[in-house]
Ligand binder design. Structure first.
Ligand SMILES: Cc1cc2nc3c(=O)[nH]c(=O)nc-3n(C[C@H](O)[C@H](O)[C@H](O)COP(=O)(O)O)c2cc1C
Length: 393
């Protein structure tokens, strides 16, 4: 047997960087009672019975020795919106908790606000392993909170997880842009004929993004702008999911508050079935639209994206589960949306007719739906797409 190669440190890092990890902040309380913490990628579950987890601090870490003797630590799993939290815990020294809200877990170790999940532990055993320690902890208490996606670290960069079933929608921005381009003449014609604003949107990441717009409404209560993002969370976005495979529908449903009642989930599923059967979804209610308009009305949308998306998240959470159902007609229909299919029956884009102010689409509903669906069918055909088999719409 030949001697093992001497492994160059840079190459070790470069090759190991091909393994993506989540990111966690390990927190604890030092001897003076102050919170301490460090960012790590080396977190793993170890054993179910007894429940054990592990992480691996560098022997040079200045934080770990500060709370090691307390006998406790808490693993805080970061969401994709917490890259800045990660960065502040990935430096040595300074008050890493200066601008952070947290509360103590039962061990006293900090649980950071807004984390995806946390696992409070007692130190079980610490092994030495080269220039690192392997810390094994017994789980005391744990919970999973937010409905965001995890922060992911891969080849030295931050990213976010995207389920393959969702990636089908967002994987091909070129296709989405092309379909928006193909849709443009239809959108313009529709906007003029129906005196509505016609918008095309697609899924990008965890948002619905407005790709194109035709027809400017005089007294527009909805400040629609290309590039505008609305969180893709139930009960909004049904037209994107009603035709999707069950696994993709589940990914969308999982974005609901984890305390959502089973009846709410059932009502959203029912709405999906109704949207699929009718071939379109609606958006109702003057008041909700006015509130959403307020949240979207920043002059510099990109500067306020986090704030806007939080406000929209709250507003979406207030909507009834049948909000987009074509059956729950209220006479106050503000938007009508219908899907454009790409090859393989994937919804690449949704076309919507939007009205503003005091106007409603109720009086012209059947006609608007018919025209919108013909436009969507024409774009679907130009894309060589097709509605998935078994669809009844
Ligand atoms: C994504 C990511 C993963 C990391 N994983 C680890 C790890 O597993 N173990 C470790 O000791 N440091 C890890 N670090 C580096 C520490 O966060 C960094 O060394 C920090 O400065 C430690 O601070 P301290 O001196 O306060 O302990 C990671 C950093 C990042 C950005």
């Amino acid at each position: 047997m030949s001697e093992p190669h001497r492994i160059d440190g840079r190459r070790f890092r470069q090759v190991l960087g091909h393994f993506p990890t989540g990111v966690a902040v390990i927190t604890g309380i030092d001897a003076e009672g102050n919170p301490q913490g460090m960012a790590i990628g080396s977190f793993s579950s170890v054993s179910l019975d007894p429940p054990l987890v592990a992480f691996m601090p560098d022997k040079n870490s200045s934080s770990w020795p500060k709370f090691r003797d307390s006998g406790h630590f808490c693993v805080n799993i970061l969401g994709s919106d917490q890259e800045s939290v990660c960065r502040s815990f990935a430096v040595s020294g300074g008050d890493k908790f200066a601008d952070l809200a947290w509360k103590p877990a039962s061990s006293g170790s900090p649980v950071l606000d807004g984390v995806l999940a946390w696992i409070d532990c007692d130190v079980d055993v610490v092994h030495e392993a080269g220039d690192h320690f392997i810390v094994i902890g017994t789980v005391r208490e744990l919970d999973a909170g937010g409905n965001t996606l995890p922060l992911v670290f891969f080849q030295g960069g931050y990213g976010r997880f995207s389920a393959l079933s969702l990636a089908a929608w967002e994987s091909d921005l070129a296709l989405q842009m092309r379909s928006a381009d193909l849709a443009r003449p239809h959108m313009e014609q529709l906007a003029e004929e129906l005196e509505v604003e016609c918008v095309a949107s697609a899924i990008v990441g965890s948002d619905m993004v407005l790709l194109a717009r035709a027809g400017r409404l005089e007294s527009s209560a909805l400040p629609t702008a290309v590039g505008q993002r609305i969180p893709f969370e139930p009960p909004v976005g049904t037209a994107f999911v009603a035709w999707a495979p069950a696994a993709a529908q589940q990914v969308w449903l999982d974005r609901l508050d984890k305390n959502a009642a089973p009846e709410t989930i059932e009502a959203i599923r029912q709405t999906m079935a109704e949207v699929r059967e009718a071939g379109y979804s609606v958006g109702r209610g003057h008041r909700w639209h006015a509130e959403a308009a307020k949240a979207l009305s920043h002059e510099e949308p990109t500067l306020h994206q986090d704030e806007t998306s939080e406000q929209l998240h709250q507003l979406i959470g207030m909507l009834p589960p049948d909000y987009e159902s074509p059956k729950a007609a209220s006479g106050d229909e503000r938007t009508i949306s219908t899907p454009v299919f790409g090859p393989g029956g994937v919804v690449v884009m949704v076309l919507s007719a939007v009205v503003a102010g005091r106007r409603s689409l109720a009086a012209d509903l059947a006609f608007t739906v018919d025209r919108l669906r013909s436009a969507a069918a024409a774009v679907t055909e130009a894309l060589h797409g097709a509605e998935p088999e078994g669809a009844t719409g």
